[in-house]
Structure formats: C-alpha cells, structure tokens
Design a protein around this ligand. Sequence first.
Ligand SMILES: [Zn+2]
Ligand SMILES: [Zn+2]
Length: 301
Amino acid sequence: MGALVPSRAMRHKSVMDAASGDAGIDGRAGQGIAPLQLLRTVGRAVVDYALPPRCPGCGTIVDGDRQFCLGCWSSLDFLDGAACARCSIPLPTAVAGTGVECGACMADPPSFSGAPAAVAYGPVARTVALRLKYGRRTGHARLMAGLMTRKLLALGDPADMLLIPVPLHRWRLWSRGFNQAAMIADALARQTGVPRDHHLLLRKKSTAALRGKGRREREKIVAGAFGLAADARARVARRHLVLIDDVHASGATLRSAAKVLHRGGAAQVSALTWARVVPDALTTGNIFDFADVDSDMVVKR
Ligand SMILES: [Zn+2]
Ligand SMILES: [Zn+2]
C-alpha cells in the first residue's frame, strides 16, 4: 500500500542529494550539514538505497520512498480548520473568522504576520521530526518540505520571499553535526525555487531548554538569542522573510527570531514549520494557558 506522497523521487536521487550536502541554492556552505558529518550522511543514504522503503511514521514497508502507510497518513492533521490569523493556533469555529487572532497574539503581537505549519504535532509528526533531528534521515527533510510547500505558497508572492532557517548555536551545531531547520529550508528551496539564506540570522547564545517554563521565563531565555549578520541589511530590505523550523511549540523562539528580522528592515516576516503543537487544552476551551515543549527540547527516544 503506501499512500499520498508529496513527490516521488528516484531512489538514487537520495544519495545524490545527501552527497551534495549543504551546497544549497546559493552554493555557499551553511548550517545544513557540517563537512565532517557528510560521510555519515552519505553512508546513511547508501544504506537507505539498499533497503526497501519504509513508512517514515511507523517503519512499515511501503511501495515507494517517502510514502506514509495508510494508517499514518490518515492520522495526520493538516490544520486546515479555523485558526488564529497570526500564529495559526486552532480556534473554536464559533470564535474564528477572517483575520481573527487568539488572545495571546492580541495581547502581545508577535513580529511575524503568519505562522502556518504543515501538520499538528502528534505521534507521526513527532517521529518524522525526531528521525530527521537525531537519525540524520535527510529524506525526511524532503518529505517535510513537500508537505510544507502548500502553506509556504499561501503566504504570499514567492518572488518576494527568502527562507531563513532558525539557526543553531555553533556549539549545538558541532555536537549534532547539522541543523535540521536548515535541511528543511534547503529542501523547500529546491522544491519551490524560493531562495534561502543560512547566514543572515545568527544564534548568538546557546539557550537553555524551554520545556516547562512559564511564558515570561521563556521570553527571558530567548531574549538576545538572535542577531543579524553584519552585511544582512541589504539582503533583508523589502523582502518577505520566512523563518523555517521543525516544530512550533510555545512560539518563544520564533517570536524572538522574528523580532530581530523585523527590526532588521524586513517588509514582512512569517514563520513556517513542519509541526505545530496544539494544546490539549483546546478541547477544554482553555486554549491560551499552555506551557509546552520547544523545538530544541523535543526529547530523544
Ligand atoms: Zn506508517
Ligand atoms: Zn495567535
């Protein structure tokens, strides 16, 4: 079986894409993958090439690369229902309408004008994100990008856009070997033609885990975490900058990064992620009282 895929690439392309590392759209080395990790990634791609394709959600053998099995596909929530116009948190249908924002965005508007995600954060979305983050499954970045493309193109004119992956601090980049957000941005750039820039936004400090922290505390932790490259202004001016990350949890990281891009002179800032954490409290009606995980703090299993 195996159902509904964003694209069907030839299997040898996986090897070629991995081997190209982070050359990316503009040909410059960036945060996608560190040179010393390249061999491992190529090795992984070769192993993937030799084995039958498996569902990225549960590991069941499927017909083709980057196909979910029917069960996993059916379990994904593509977040097409009523939502906050700015941060995309689901809203009760009775409240939602064109341009309606959630209480958190009205009380403290973020610097991004929209923040869609491909899917809600659930068991399958989580597995895919973790396998990219810790398993170096580079094919998963292409899978995620394929399902993010529709939301990206709905944000505005692609000709004005520049993709900005949320950067890792260099210590974390060294220890992990690659930045999963940069790999998703690379894949999105390849699939849509929208350019990406790995060097515009900088991570100036390594931030502590945000999980379990209150809102004020999270804001304090990420304050000053980001900065712009010295030559960034000319690249930012009049552009629609789209932050790219794997998981949108509390939004503190995206808010902090968006603020820096906005102050840098961007015409518009958006944030696009693979998965949006949707509070369980939604079902109880208490949708704005939510302490959650941060994308850097998704627990490895
Ligand atoms: Zn599956
Ligand atoms: Zn909102």
